[in-house]
Design a protein around this ligand. Structure first.
Ligand code: ADP
Length: 197
């Protein structure tokens, strides 16, 4: 089973590209969604988070996201400790999920790959890019938020120029029809590569 990592800055269109691969029959693991799920349901993860950030991390058993975000947003060391709890849990959950798939390759969609120096966990990586101004506009519209809130969320992300040095494949997502065509071409390349695994 070949494992492909799909990443890109906020608003680049990762999820849009992920959906296009799904439509071609490729199973996609949404790390962000699964992390939320694991933080809500895994007893081991829950206990570790409470130990790190306090009992207020959960209210009536439900993840208190604003509290957790407030705690780790301004404290990189705490964020790193939280990641050390969540990332390994996601990794093993993803590997189990991948094992259950029967396609030549699967995709893990993850906001941060190169930032976490995690590229070696993938057989191939795809980077989705778009100019920052366009990304900000898209997210302001998608999430109905102010520009500053989006800019804040880009702060832990590497510049595209830097990410491009590491990525195996690059999709520039400007025009949707062109992106869709690029996804189809890349899918064929990945199928050819996966056949050698
Ligand atoms: P990401 O997952 O990278 O944060 P999304 O795929 O959610 O980005 O895209 C951000 C927003 O921009 C979404 O509302 C999406 O529908 C829109 N979008 C994505 N790609 C394009 C595009 N090529 N043209 C116009 N809108 C787009």
């Amino acid at each position: 089973m070949m494992i492909v990592g799909l990443t890109g800055g906020i608003g680049s269109g990762k999820s849009t590209v992920a959906k296009m691969f799904e439509e071609l029959g490729v199973p996609v693991y949404d790390s962000d969604k699964e992390a939320k799920q694991l933080m809500a349901t895994s007893i081991k993860v829950k206990e570790s988070i409470i130990e790190l950030l306090g009992a207020a991390s959960y209210v009536d058993g439900t993840l208190n996201r604003p509290y957790i975000a407030g705690k780790v947003f301004t404290d990189p060391i705490l964020l790193e400790k939280l990641n050390k709890i969540v990332h390994p849990a996601i990794r093993s959950h993803f590997l189990e999920w991948a094992k259950a798939q029967t396609t030549p390759y699967v995709i893990q969609e993850t906001a941060l790959i190169f930032e976490n120096d995690a590229q070696d966990k993938y057989d191939s990586t795809i980077l989705v890019t778009a100019p920052l101004t366009l990304r900000l506009q898209r997210v302001m519209e998608r999430d109905k938020v102010e520009k500053k809130a989006v800019v804040d969320r880009t702060k832990n992300q590497m510049e595209d120029g830097e990410k491009l040095k590491h990525a195996d494949y690059h999709i520039e997502n400007l025009d949707l029809a062109k992106t869709e065509a690029a996804v189809k071409v890349l899918h064929l390349k990945l199928l050819a590569k996966a056949s050698k695994f």
